[in-house]
Write a new protein. Structure first.
Lengths: 195, 455
């Protein structure tokens, strides 16, 4: 009996020690010697909802992240003529400054002179909102309100003959707009293999 | 000029009149009389320290010191006058006023290129690391900078720079290459300067905290697959990064080559994704948003996608920079001075791992020779190769070809065009890692050509 107990206790002690050792040495070998407790380091400050909301500006392809607001062609045309025309041109085909053509180019992607524009190349309309809000206009990014961003998008997509001029853009219908090159992309992490 | 030691003089019988001895007194008077006022201004602080001695020099110092250098007086014989003490440059070292290499920047102001022609070894000086910005270089106070980690995590967290530096650190050497590097050389051989052709690649030792460490603090939720990395520049550049890479070898880097990141390299914090296309190494990083799908940002759809004009389809998320090598000597900006010995040398790198071998041909691919690889050969880092060559003075076709540890062999330009099609622009020319050809002419001049004869 006593022998059994002794063996049993020894077994438990051994088992526990082995377990503790195994856990502690998983990722944290050197730290073990200094009495480090396994798990997280406990560094970093919890981020509250307000902080996250103030920084979380991204809009995804499914429309997640789009704010409330509406946009119309006429308002977009006015904004475009004031803020966008220098770089993108009156006819949206490129302007005096940097900034490429926004429309045209359909059917050129298999030609020797492919023209990549919002109209011919961009797969999702949501990219317009995400990008314009974060990065445009180039000299003063971040100045546009949600309604204004939606309006500029309405203007561009109408000029690209993707939507009707009468369409009012908002968070509910932007992601559903079918872009001409929607299926033109294939995810492939690796370049072609040569041996 | 080397020092001319004076012969033994007569036996010394009295204290010599050193004060009035020719050369030194002349030097001192010239310092007072001839030093330009601008130099006096520059060295004012040092003069106050009473530690400057300048000898006469018929050679004029440079009127304007090159960027990164300070103009100092150049003595005829530096062995005759004490050199300057440390600290004249304020305690932060400067390069020699005789070194003039700079990054050449684009007219559009969005990029600058590493001067590869003068590169030595495998590390790019931080001040010469190539740049690509999407709306300029932001000026950021690190005290005011935090990284937010949120989305599909158990504990949304912010990290100050001090927080990140408390976490266990790691260092590694890695190259960064823009996926648009060498794009101008795809359609035709056009460039005649190395930096213009291929200067959007550089190498550094980077230090920071493993991204996996930070993600463990926040705790990934089941289904987390992609992370949006966002910069704090005026373009708020953003790219979707697979969690797989984030947990593999991604680093939140705060240091480069032993000191804080340079502002143009993302100070105070950048993402480092070893071996992946430059734009994914998001600079001025301030937010990581974890999700179950890629975010489809502008920089991973409209740009940085690779159009194939044969199929009309574009490849997206082409992260890995494939094996590439480049002969950096000789090159079109130099002329060989007659037949004889030359060391062919260059750099090779692969985003998949280590360089296994580099072969060099001098006859357009009829015969290939193994180049010597300089140790250490590190994964996803640039490797220096060398090949001894005796030029016979006749036309020669020089090429280098890299093979990485996965067996990937650097392709010829013809092989790339067979797969992707050929166009001057339209992103068809991205990820151009084709073999580069230098044609050596009998006179010793060197031309950039496309040559697929036997390649």
């Amino acid at each position: 009996m006593s022998t059994f107990l002794a063996t049993h206790k020894l077994g438990i002690r051994f088992g526990v020690s082995a377990l503790v050792l195994a856990v502690l040495t998983m990722d944290f070998g050197p730290a073990f010697a200094q009495g480090f407790t396994p798990g997280r380091y406990g560094i970093g400050t919890p981020a509250n909802v307000e902080l996250i909301a103030s920084r979380d500006v991204d809009v995804r392809a499914d429309g997640h992240g789009l704010p409330a607001g509406t946009g119309k062609y006429e308002a977009g045309a006015i904004l475009f003529s004031q803020l966008c025309v220098d770089c993108h041109g009156e006819n949206l085909l490129g302007g005096r400054e940097r900034g490429g053509a926004l429309i045209g180019g359909r059917g050129t992607l298999t030609s020797e002179y492919p023209r990549r524009t919002v109209e011919s190349y961009w797969p999702f309309a949501t990219i317009l909102f995400d990008y314009i809000r974060r990065a445009m206009p180039y000299p003063s990014p971040g100045i546009l309100e949600a309604n204004e961003v939606y309006s500029v998008i309405a203007f561009i997509l109408s000029e690209a003959n993707i939507i009707e001029k009468s369409m009012v853009i908002d968070a509910d219908n932007l992601a559903a707009i079918e872009m001409p090159n929607r299926d033109g992309f294939r995810s492939d992490w690796q370049p072609e293999m040569f041996r | 000029m080397t020092r001319k030691f004076k012969p033994y003089g007569p036996e010394i019988t009295a204290v010599p009149d050193l004060k009035n001895r020719g050369q030194h007194s002349k030097a001192l008077s010239q310092r007072a009389d001839q030093a330009p006022s601008r130099r006096k201004l520059l060295l004012g602080a040092a003069a106050a320290a009473g530690a400057v001695a300048l000898a006469a020099s018929p050679k004029k110092a440079r009127a304007v010191a090159p960027p990164g250098a300070v103009e100092y007086h150049v003595p005829v014989d530096p062995t005759l006058v004490p050199g300057r003490p440390p600290g004249l440059n304020g305690g932060y070292g400067t390069r020699s006023q005789f070194e003039t290499e700079v990054r050449e920047w684009s007219g559009s102001g969005t990029s600058s290129r590493t001067p590869l022609a003068s590169s030595e070894g495998t590390i790019t000086p931080s001040a010469l690391h190539f740049e690509r910005h999407h709306n300029g270089i932001p000026e950021i106070d690190p005290e005011d900078h935090t990284l937010l980690v949120h989305g599909m995590v158990k504990r949304p967290l912010t990290f100050s720079m001090a927080d990140l530096k408390r976490l266990p650190s790691i260092s590694r050497v890695a190259f960064i290459e823009c996926s648009g590097n060498s794009a101008g050389e795809y359609h035709a051989a056009r460039g005649n300067e190395l930096h213009n052709m291929h200067g959007l690649v550089s190498s550094s030792e980077w230090t920071g905290v493993a991204l996996s460490t930070v993600l463990r603090e926040a705790g990934l939720e089941p289904g987390a697959a992609w992370i949006l990395a966002e910069g704090r520049d005026a373009s708020m550049l953003s790219r979707s990064i697979p969690v797989e890479k984030a947990l593999d070898d991604a680093i939140l880097a705060y240091a480069q080559n032993g000191e804080a990141l340079r502002p143009e390299q993302g100070y105070p914090l950048r993402l480092l994704l070893p071996g992946w296309e430059g734009v994914t190494n998001v600079k001025w990083l301030h937010r990581l948003d974890v999700s179950d799908a890629p975010f489809q940002t502008r920089e991973e759809t409209s740009h940085y996608t690779d159009l194939n004009i044969i199929t009309g389809e574009a490849k997206q998320f082409t992260f890995v920079m494939a094996a590439k090598s480049l002969i950096l000597f000789p090159h079109p900006e130099v002329k060989l001075n007659g037949a004889g010995f030359y060391e062919i040398t260059g750099l090779a790198w692969s985003g998949r791992g280590k360089i296994k071998r580099v072969e060099v041909t001098t006859d357009g691919g009829k015969t290939w020779h193994l180049a010597e690889l300089q140790d250490p050969v590190l994964p996803k880092a640039q490797t220096r190769f060398r090949f001894p060559w005796v030029w016979d003075g006749e036309r020669a076709i020089l090429q280098s070809r890299a093979t990485d540890e996965t067996g990937y062999v650097q392709p010829s330009i013809r092989q790339l065009k067979e797969v992707r099609g050929d166009a001057e622009r339209g992103n068809v020319n991205y990820h151009n890692n084709a073999i580069q050809t230098w044609q050596v002419n009998p006179g010793g001049t060197i031309e950039n050509v496309h040559f697929s004869g036997n390649a």
